[in-house]
Design a protein. Sequence first.
Length: 256
Amino acid sequence: MHVSTRGLACWSAHHPWKIVGVWAMVAVVALFYAMMHLDEAITTQATFTSHPESKIAEDLLQDRMPSTKGYTTEVVIIRSPTHTVKSPEFRAFVELLSTKIEALPPTVVEPDSLISYYRLPVTLLLSADRHTTVILFKMSGSLEEAKNNIETLRHVVKGVTPPAGFDVLQVGEASIAFAIHKQSHQDLLRGESFGLLIALIILLIVFKSLVAALIPVVIAVLSVVITLGLASLIGQMTALSFFIVNVTTTIGLAVG
């Protein structure tokens, strides 16, 4: 049986609703799969595809200094313009926060990894004016696993109400990765929603018909959905950069 693009085009022209039905079914499956698996298929981590000197040096450090391998560090900053670390209120709050963090499951925070000034009284953990200190601890698992668990940690830290005059901040590798991932999604939704609206207005002006204007938009959305579904499938075998979502929607809407 000879199959050609001309033959497929003729068959599609004679069976339009079958083609629409097939594409609609493919889009629904792709959308469902992307919703279920896209987050686990993309990553904020970056790696080298070659072996420059910096990568060789990093590998040597990991081999020779295994204590720095396999975890990410998080920092909780506690500061008060009215209290110093010597005040009972400051100590009580830091100890309470430390206890809450250590109570998290070992899959979230590495057991026995927490360090604070009140457990290890070194000045490196204090600001020069002694109005600020930090709590250091290790997140369990890889950076990607830590990023996925960072929301649990954030809820715990925010759940401890600081006394009047105290501020609590959180920073670290996992927090930064989470913030980048979240911000990229917000930028994507904001940018593409605005771009889609502008494109629809332009198409309405050009075609002077709502149906004609919607056809390119629908095709573009379908192409984005199907591509993200395929990316979710490929991502189960090899991690993809989270930028693939932005690139896919940008190109899909532009081509559509």
